[in-house]
Design a protein. Structure first.
Length: 367
């Protein structure tokens, strides 16, 4: 029997943050179990066969408005400033996403674009971030038509591929993540802090977990080992329905299949990510060198194919799924020494900074 103060299940953002705080902040002995053969969760990065740094589980771009989270992670990494840009193939043209005034002028004739721009500014104000479902409710017939166009061309196909559902069948929070911007700001995110770990995510996680009180065991599944471990406290970051052996049924998650390709050219596309809302089975192509800033004579891309099967990536935000989660949450609330934290355990569509914030809050140790 192995004895430890804290057992942490998973070595992604949630697990690494809690492990670091419990070890360094409270001087607890910590054992981290990670069923994959590496740390870092889905943010794990590594060189491909050509030496180009890639994100095997798709692009992870760090952004936050929370100074506390930025300063906490800055203990473990230097940063390379990076502002992500995304374009979408619409009617044969690559235009900025989120849809903004530059997108408007690229897709509509000059006079019409000018008139629509003035209407948008009059109704919503310059710099506004307008959810597409809200814009479709506009009293202006012209703006309704514009909103319907953007909905059909930008949101409908992409959302249906990504989630297997139409935008209106999901929580409004999903489409609100990519609003229509009443500005010419082509950045995908508008957060105060936008950067990438200078040496990559994996190096950052290694530093977080590099503490004499922390033992990390990769390639080890919690459910096969839990009877051999005695811990005063357990932090579980996996799917909550799995923990309870699907007692109330499976919670729906979306998964992704990744098609990585190494190319013998320096550049493949004009920006970090290109979305294909209306073409192809994949949703987007990301070119990693934009994100990492790496200089290399080859490049690497990834195509993403959403699927309902496979490793869980995204909780599906719908009322009936939230009701099912609440049943599991009620079981979790009865646990005396088990804390559930993270995107899968809390069934929340968290960004990375939100995961870190939730982990800091759940472990009760200030960052």
């Amino acid at each position: 029997m192995i004895k430890t103060d804290c057992l942490i299940v998973g070595a992604g953002f949630s697990g690494a943050t809690i492990a670091e705080r419990m070890a360094a902040g409270l001087n607890r002995k910590v054992l981290v179990l990670e069923k994959r053969d590496h740390i870092g969760g889905n943010a794990y990065d590594k060189p491909d066969s050509s030496g180009v740094l890639i994100h095997p589980y798709g692009p992870h771009i760090f952004h936050t408005n929370a100074r506390r989270i930025w300063e906490y992670l800055s203990r473990f990494t230097e940063w390379r400033p990076y502002e992500h840009k995304v374009q979408a193939l619409i009617d044969g043209q690559l235009v900025p996403v989120p849809f903004n005034l530059n997108s408007l002028h690229a897709l509509f004739p000059g006079d019409q674009a000018e008139r629509l721009e003035q209407l948008l500014i009059e109704q919503y104000g310059e710099g506004a971030r307008v959810p597409i479902l809200k814009m479709r409710e506009s009293a202006s017939e012209d703006l309704q038509e514009l909103a319907d166009y953007v909905y059909r061309k930008v949101f409908l196909g992409y959302t249906t591929k990504q989630w297997g559902l139409r935008p209106e069948d999901l929580s409004p929070s999903v489409t609100a993540r990519v609003p229509v911007l009443i500005s010419r700001d082509d950045r995908y995110f508008q957060d105060t802090y936008q950067a990438m770990p200078k040496d990559g995510y994996t190096a950052m996680f290694e530093r977080m977990l590099d503490h004499p009180n922390i033992t990390v065991r990769t390639g080890e599944d919690f459910f096969g080992s839990k009877d051999k471990i005695e811990a005063s406290q357990i932090f579980y970051t996996g799917p909550i329905d799995t923990y309870y052996d699907y007692k109330f049924g499976r919670l729906p998650y979306r998964s992704l299949d990744f098609e990585h390709e190494s190319l013998s050219q320096e550049q493949y596309q004009p920006v970090g990510t290109v979305n294909y809302p209306n073409d192809h089975d994949y949703t987007r192509i990301t070119e990693f060198k934009y994100i990492t800033g790496q200089q290399h004579d080859k490049t690497a891309i990834v195509r993403e194919y959403p699927t309902a099967e496979g490793d869980p990536y995204y909780p599906v935000p719908r009322p009936e799924n939230e009701e099912l989660y609440k049943r599991y949450e009620s079981l979790a609330a009865q646990e005396e020494n088990v804390t559930f934290v993270g995107r899968l355990a809390n069934y929340r569509y968290y960004n990375m900074d939100q995961v870190v914030a939730a982990a800091l809050a759940r472990c009760g140790v200030s960052g």
